[in-house]
Structure formats: C-alpha cells, structure tokens
Write a protein of this length. Structure first.
Ligand code: SF4
Ligand code: SF4
Ligand code: SF4
Length: 501
C-alpha cells in the first residue's frame, strides 16, 4: 500500500451544516465516491474516487458540496513536476500505458488567443447585421476552375456534389460506442434543425438514425466497422478517417465490455469483442491507394456524395494535404492536437501533432501556391471553443470548422477527462443504461441548437464589424487578423502581420 499510495488530485468538501443526508450524491456518483453510513446517519466520501465531474455538486439540493483541487504537493522542481512524478509511480505499479480522454491539456501556445480580429472605422464602414443581410451559408466540395457556357451562353452546371451548411460549423466525428445513443440523437436532431451535419465516427450508423441521413456524414475508418452499401448511401457525405488529432499515428480501441447489444449490431462485430481499428488502413500505403478508396466510395454511391479525407495535424501536413487534394477527395478535414477523444494513450495525446492554427495556415497557403485550393474545401477541427475561434479559423483559410468538445460541453460534459472509464456521470461517454438515461435528447438537442444559434449571431456581428457580409469574403482573408506576442517565424507561417503593423 505505502509504495503504491498516490494522494488524490481533488477533495470533496461537504458542508455538514447544510447536508440533509438525502443521499442524492451517493446515487449520482457512478464512481462510488459518496457513501451513507447508516450507523452514524452520516455521509462520508472517498476523494480518491472523485474525477471532478461536478454531477453531485450540480444535483445536491442544499448546495452542500464543492470539489477543490488538493493542496497536497510533492517536493517538485522545474524538471520534476508533481504530475510527472505521479505518472512514474502509476506506471511502476501498473506496468501499463497511461490512458486519458479529451484533448491535449498541456501548455503549448494557443495561437487563436494570440490573434486579434480587425474592425472597420470610417472608410469601408462596418455593416449592421440586424439591418442588412449577412451570408453565413457555406458550400463544401470541389469547385470548378472555370465557368463554362454552352452555345446559347448559359452556364453549364458542372459542380460536383456539395455539402450545404447554413453556417460554417458542423459536429465532428464521435462514434456510437464512444458516446451514447442519446448523445448521438441529440447531435443528429440538432444538425437537422440547424441545417448542418453531424458525423457518425467509426462506429457505424444505428438504424434509428437513418432518418437523419440528409444531415449525416458517415465515416470509413481503418476498422471499417459498420460499413456497407446502405450505410454509405444513407448519408450526405462520406469521410475517410486517416488520422485523428488526439492520437496521430495510432489506431483506436473500444473495449469488448462496451460492445454490447445495439453497439455490436451497429458495428457488425460480435458482442464482447474488442473493436480495434488498426493504425493504418491496410489497403492504403500511398496517395494512389487513397485515390482508389476515394473512387471506390464514389462508385458505390453513384458519384452523388462528396468524400472527405480526415488527417491529423502533423509536421508535414501541407505536403500530405497537397497529395490528398490530388486524390479526388472533395474536402480535407485537418484535426489539431487539442481535439478530443474518448480514449488515447496520454503520451501520444500530449506529445504528438502540431497546433491546428499553424497546420491550417500552411495547408491553405500550399494549396493556393500550387493553384489547387479550389479543388478541395478545408475543414478545421481540434478544440474550436467559441465563435471567435471560428472566425479566426476561416480567416486563416478554413471553409468551415468541426466542433466536438464544445458540443459535448453543451450536452453537459464537465471535462472531467474520464471518458475512457465508461462511467460518464452525465450520460454522454457511457453505455451504462442507468447513466445514459441522464442525458435527455429533447434537452440535449435544444442546447446544441442554442449554442450554435448564439455563435451564428456572434459570427455575423464580427463579420459586420469587419465590413464583410459573407463567409466567402472572410475565407483566407488574413488581412483581418493581427498577431500579438508571436515571433517572426510564427507570424510568417500564419501569414499575418503583428498588431500595430
Ligand atoms: S446531495 Fe447534498 S444534501 Fe444530499 S447527502 Fe449529498 S451532500 Fe448531503
Ligand atoms: S466523481 Fe463527480 S459525482 Fe463523483 S464525487 Fe466527484 S464530482 Fe461528485
Ligand atoms: S464526456 Fe463525460 S466522462 Fe467524458 S469528459 Fe465529459 S463529463 Fe467527463
């Protein structure tokens, strides 16, 4: 015990003057941190089981609870932080890979926070979005290089299939299995009401959700779980997942304990079997191989669906994107290292990949330099936290963004980073029927609609302030951005000037 002991990260503080021993906290904590002692008629707790999800705090009827960060400390120094010491202890005990959830939490620069947006003054006046039309509609897909006309002078419509979004935001890939049925239903219904899209992730599509097909992007990942002709044809677009920002270079793993009932049926694998997605697609070792899959999927869907290729933001991302643009893909999704995940090895999550802002800017520049920018649309993903991040991403060259963590927060996630345990107290990253019913999709979908409605208003206000009345005019418009506190190289890669210039 002594050599294994690690002091808890959080402490549960109960105000016994307020506590009425109603035992709500005991029932709500799936981690078993609260316990009622009948002999003493008293609540007690085990801090070591608390992951700081705030479920008990939110539901305590007398506001008797709070969770505080433990003040317990190691004899840390600049090299050995308490976190680093704890991780060595944990691995010396377990002999295993450390697992975590959600995106990279380390203190790398957040470039979105070092960029400021312009506003018009005097000339090129600002536009009042309440009185004048502002176009937030976006078309995603390959655009023709030239406009062609027939003999009668009429424009020939040679536009390939497009995704049409009411605003430049979509819900990123989250599989049924990693998140609950009710979370999926919330995302699907919100996408339908907002006129945008949600993404099945690699877990297949539950038969109940085929009715949302017009607002669905289906994913084809290396495990090919749940992929069949009807699945492909049910959706508005198909996404090939080559990489994920939270865990570039490695595959996925949903433990057999989560492959039950409907999830096993949807993934088309036996109950109790581990769902292991290999690191590579075993039929893709070159851009030519990727091209074959892109066109196989187009062939299977009669060339009616745009194909997205999703990659993680890594060191040579612009060269990779250039190859993908030539593979026949219609859209490239770039996922930054702060993007969320249901489970990832901690070392990979915290040390592999690059910031999305730098990846996005370098991909947009390279495709422009090569004259192929219009042959694909670019989606930016990986911890878009607000409408300001959306505006900055579009000014850096994105056509639209994917949001994942922000959407989960709207559904009640408190970012406790325990999704990999399967005991999500908010009913999101779990398949436990007692927990999944805590997320009411009637409330969940409405909160998602509220969030994106609010963001759309803010985007329009920022665009109006810049004197811009359409997303198309903002796209890649780096003149609208200025950097603060960045070095020359960072400004050069982002393609923006420093504030004051
Ligand atoms: S929920 Fe609040 S009032 Fe009820 S037992 Fe827990 S701390 Fe006490
Ligand atoms: S894990 Fe969540 S519900 Fe359990 S004690 Fe901690 S904050 Fe409360
Ligand atoms: S989805 Fe649930 S388990 Fe995952 S971080 Fe959010 S609250 Fe925690």
């Amino acid at each position: 015990m002594a050599i294994n002991y690690i002091h808890p990260d959080y402490e549960i503080v109960r105000d016994y003057d307020r506590c009425i021993t109603c035992r709500v906290c005991e029932r709500q904590c799936a981690n078993g941190a609260h316990e009622y002692l009948a002999d003493n008629d008293k609540m007690v707790c085990d801090d070591a089981k608390c992951v700081n999800c705030h479920r008990c705090v939110s539901l305590c009827p007398t506001r008797a609870l709070k969770i505080v960060k433990s003040e317990h400390t190691f004899k840390e120094n600049a090299n050995w932080s308490g976190k680093a010491i704890k991780e060595v202890y944990k691995q010396a005990t377990s002999g295993g890979v450390l697992l975590s959830s959600m995106g990279n939490p380390e203190s790398y620069p957040v470039y979105f926070d070092k960029m400021l947006v312009n506003a018009s003054q005097v000339t090129n006046p600002s536009i009042d979005p309440l009185r004048e039309p502002m176009e937030t509609k976006v078309f995603l897909g390959s655009k023709p290089q030239n406009i062609e006309r027939n003999a009668a002078g009429k424009i020939i419509n040679n536009l390939t299939p497009q995704l049409i979004l009411s605003m430049p935001i979509m819900f990123s890939a989250m599989s049924y299995g990693s998140i609950s049925y009710n979370a999926h239903e919330s995302l699907a219904r919100a996408a339908q009401e907002l006129g945008i899209y949600y993404n099945t992730g690699e877990g297949g599509l539950h038969e109940d959700f085929y009715k949302y097909g017009k607002n669905t992007i289906v994913q084809v990942a290396s495990g090919r779980f749940g992929v069949h002709k009807d699945y492909l044809n049910s959706a508005a677009a198909i996404e090939i997942k080559m990489g994920q920002g939270a865990k570039p270079g490695i595959g996925g793993h949903l433990p057999g304990t989560k492959i039950l009932g409907e999830i096993s049926k949807t993934r088309m694998i036996p109950e109790g079997t581990d769902a292991i997605s290999p690191a590579p697609h075993h039929d893709i070792y070159s851009i030519e191989d990727l091209r074959q899959l892109v066109f196989s999927l187009k062939e299977a869907t009669a060339y009616k669906k745009p194909v997205i290729v999703k990659i993680a933001a890594v060191h040579n991302v612009s060269a990779i994107a250039s190859g993908i643009a030539r593979s026949g893909a219609d859209i490239i999704a770039i996922d930054g290292f702060r993007g969320g995940t249901g489970a990832a090895p901690t070392r990979i999550r915290d040390n592999v990949g690059i910031p999305i802002e730098l990846a996005l800017a370098s991909v947009d520049k390279r495709l422009r330099d090569e004259g192929i920018r219009d042959s694909v649309s670019i989606l930016c993903a990986g911890s878009i936290r607000s409408s300001a991040d959306v505006v900055k991403a579009i000014a850096l060259g994105a056509d639209a963004v994917y949001i994942g963590t922000s959407a989960l927060l709207a559904l009640g996630c408190h970012l406790c980073r325990s999704c990999h345990t399967g005991r999500c107290n908010w009913g999101i990253a779990t398949q436990n029927p007692e927990l999944t019913k805590r997320l009411n999709p009637n409330i969940g979908y409405k909160r998602l609609v509220n969030l994106l409605t609010a963001w759309e208003h803010e985007i329009k206000e920022m665009m109006g302030g810049m004197g811009i009345n359409s997303i198309e005019s903002l796209k890649g418009n780096r003149l609208m951005l200025r950097g603060v506190g960045m070095n020359e190289k960072e400004l050069e890669i982002l393609g923006i000037k420093h504030a004051g210039e």
